[in-house]
Design a binder for this molecule. Sequence first.
Ligand code: PEP
Ligand code: MG
Length: 578
Amino acid sequence: MTLMFNGIGVSKGFAIGEAHVLHRNQVDVTARKLTKKQIPAECRRLRRAIKIAKADLLTARDNIPKDAPSDISAFIETHILMLDDGLLSDTPIDIIKAEHCNAEAALQQQREAMAKVFGSMEDEYLATRIDDVNHVIDAVLRALDTGEEASTTDSWKGQIVIADDLTPADTVLMQNQGVAGFVTETGGQLSHTAILARSLGIPAIVGVHNIRQYVKAGEELTLDGKRGMLLAEPTTEMLSEVRKQQKSFKQQKRDLNKLVDEPAVTQDGVKLRLSANIEIEDDLKAVRRVNADGVGLYRTEFLYLNREQLPTEQEHFKNYTKVLRSLKGSMLTIRTADLGADKDFAHTHIFPSGPLAHNPAMGLRGIRLCLNEPSLFITQLRAILRASARGPLQILLPMLTNVAEVKQTLSLIDSVKEALTEEGIEFEQNIPIGGMVETPAAAIAADQFAQVLDFLSIGTNDLIQYTLAIDRIDDQVNYLYDPLHPAVLQLIKHTIDAGQKANIPVTLCGDMASDTRFVRVLLGLGLSEFSMPPNSLLAVKHSLINARRVRVRRFSTALMKTSDSEEQNSLLERINRG
Ligand code: PEP
Ligand code: MG
């Protein structure tokens, strides 16, 4: 009988293969009392297991593909360092000696002690590092159990691995051994395993609770990493359907790759600008791979997260110059820190502001926070201006609601320029300054913003949140998050028109620009500049260069006027045809 399981699809692609079920978290940790004479041998046994676990990690590190993101080796390096740390190597030995217990019990005791320490940390990121401790301790327990290198004894070729969770090392080794896909019981879109699966291109689903109770080793499985669907013992018809989808997915990928050097122009000659959104330096590899027109949005708040101290001017500067070097002369749009709300960094204790706002999305975030903390803002502005001497860049201001915020920022930038001139530091005099249009206020008053800015960038993620009054990260109201709501489309259109009237560029850098269901709607509203995560760029390019603006315009106009979901679907289907 076929069984269907649903989880969170975290890495697109299809896999067909036998189930390889890992029950590794069930290593026996029964405590045993030892005699005094047995203790030296037990200590040697633990040291040997740590050595084996380390050898396993070193093999994984040496097998990381050259073009893999540096995050991958960072995860593995962290685990190697943990194994070398006295807390995991010396303390359990001390426990064995003091309590005359076996190595498993000593490790378990140390795991509990460390869980208490990590669990009491207020920093959410550090608190979740207990996962790393668990991964490392489990690896040592497995080595104690089998006396062998755990990962290398498994063969995963062509199989779908089912596990509670996977370590970064497991994931890399699996890819090297040609795993077809994997499913885990825990994890979410942003868990380490999910991030790695995406960068390594392994189809994957996470968060399928208790899946190991239902799937048996050797059973035939199919996995759809986009829809998050797993089938156990599929029928012949199901199997051939998945094979067809798998083939067409692979073909689509190959076809899209052929578009890398194609000019970005619609069928009726509208020139498009397709640029990339980046968050960390590693994203630059993908920017180069898809040949993006520079970076339309660099979310610099990631420089502030998960750390104890605020980044220094020199750190900002080094980071920006590195990104500029990688872009080799194409434009870098640096958005000034959009901290607060969903990019909450209050938990890192690096920011001296008052208590957390009751409603942070409406509170001191983005430009408001920067203007309220001029020293934080000036540090970043100085670094951006200094970097401007190294390559083309422009500044983007987040969360604007008042023109006064722009004016205040412009005068701050002028004073930073004066200071740099006095210090004899080089910078570009005419850096374009643009603003995010992501509040209804900014969209409605876009004409006025267009008078004081050099370009506008529509942030639909927030624009939808604030227009429809729904928290973008609240699952309970997610069903109301509607990019096609006529109010949203009208605000987008109004902003595009305002930019055109003032003769300044208008880009859209929210998620809507990366969604192939909506990009033709935006084209029809008059948009020609799109900025998106690099991995979506070729699919968006494919949709847009096969469209004609004159044809799609009337569907976009009709969409602006309807709230009827059936009519919306029919218009969407027609706009995306051909
Ligand atoms: C947006 O709001 O659409 C946007 C691009 O900014 P962020 O998602 O970083 O808030
Ligand atoms: Mg935003």
